[in-house]
Design a protein around this ligand. Structure first.
Ligand code: GNR
Ligand code: NI
Length: 170
């Protein structure tokens, strides 16, 4: 297993769209294992392949308290379930250090495949619902900062660009 470097906003590679998985092979399994290791080490509760510069439609999550319930979703599709929306103070490993409130559907139906290509269907609410929507957004090149005001987004972009310049010259 290996930890993978995480791309940071405003890296344009975070804007690319992930492609459907057709091969459920050892390479895909290794990527899932490496993504879980990277997510737990960060630490984070979710990670999309796009964030580690890999354009496959796969995300990993673990919203459990004990960090012992890894979930791997391949080719995930979400359907918002009717009802309430919920606000959550979101962060992102690709936007380190910044948190903003995002409103999303409170419940979603997840349809995906597992690492063997077997169909997987579950209803999510609470933190899992928020997190899986955040992850599937990544697969479409979308980030939580796209939901906030352009003023706040630009402020975050400038601060991160400055941090990256400092790092690169160190
Ligand atoms: O670790 C993460 N925490 C988080 C908190 C609130 C809403 C979404 C998230 S996902 C984030 C990890 C990440 O960037 N996944 O793409
Ligand atoms: Ni994220």
């Amino acid at each position: 297993m290996a930890q993978l470097p995480i791309l940071e906003y405003p890296d344009p590679r975070l804007r690319r769209k992930a492609q459907p998985v057709t091969r459920f092979d050892a390479t895909l399994r290794r990527l899932a294992a490496d993504m879980l290791e990277t997510m737990y080490a960060a630490p984070g509760i979710g990670l999309a392949a796009v964030q580690v510069d890999n354009l496959v439609r796969m995300v990993v999550l673990d919203v459990s308290e004990e960090k012992n319930q890894p979930l791997v979703l391949v080719n995930p599709r979400l359907t918002a379930l009717p009802g309430e929306r919920s606000c959550y103070d979101e962060g992102c490993l690709s936007v380190p250090g910044f948190y903003e409130t995002v409103e999303r559907p409170a419940r979603v139906l997840i349809e995906a495949q597992d690492l063997d290509g077997q169909p997987l269907r579950l209803e999510a609410d609470g933190l899992l619902a928020t997190c899986v929507q955040h992850e599937v957004d990544h697969l479409e090149g979308k980030l939580f900062v796209d939901y906030i005001s352009s003023l706040k987004r630009e402020r975050i972009r400038k601060r991160l660009e400055k941090q990256h310049r400092v790092k690169d010259s160190a």
